[in-house]
Design a binder for this molecule. Sequence first.
Ligand code: ZN
Ligand code: ZN
Length: 285
Amino acid sequence: MARRIIALAALFMIVPAAAGPASQFDAVQMRATHVAGSIHMLEGAGGNIGVSIGDDGTLIIDDQFAPLADKIQAALDDLGGDRPRLILNTHYHGDHTGSNAHFGRDGVIVAHDNVRARLVLSAPREALPVVTYADFINVHFNGESIELIHLPEGHTDGDTVVWFAQSNVIHMGDHLFNGAFPYVDVPSGGSVTGFVANLMKVHAMINDETQVIPGHGPLGNRADIERAVEVITKTRKIVLDHLGAGTVAELRAAGFGAEYESWGRGFIGQDRWIDIVVESQLSDR
Ligand SMILES: [Zn+2]
Ligand SMILES: [Zn+2]
């Protein structure tokens, strides 16, 4: 439960990434899952971390919360890695960039232009991306040409998916909360319409064998993206139909029905998802 509260707080920026007593993170254990070839996934508290360890050294995708930096490094050491030479940020949220200041002292942080633009307002110099890009960039590391592809106006305005074409692995950042309603950060340039369009773009890029690392939730595949598109699209339509009829309050009380109940058990509950769809619709107009 504590893990969930911490993640929730960070998700909504109630606390800065590094705030809160370290003891909140004491119980967090990093769990590594082998994905494919040199690629692993680390779960702790906050966004799932992608890892590549090989002849060129260690690369990580996202770095959770600042108090977890030593645990992340210990998990990388256990996998045979060392201090990351490259740190890729999928977006600016504190549950994905909290350890930037730690890893940025020795490694190079790479992210979309808008990640730097937002982090520069509050983060120390060593936490800032050094290499930024507008649309995409290729990183050549551990025998792979790794593509960082910007997805516009989705979860935020500065999201990237990281595509390991040779290994057939993609890290989705927060464009996938696997099996749960997603958080769409409308005040940071996110949009539910854009979010779905971005998911469909990724869906067209990958195949049924692709391993999909979600921002939150268990390791998935292309069918999980398909299901996310379906659930987001259908529940969004339900909300907008009620919005037009002025009966959103009734929907809130009645819920989406049993088919979608488990989707509201993640970070974003049913009522929060309804609010996000309405907020996004109003801002799209
Ligand atoms: Zn997240
Ligand atoms: Zn996020």
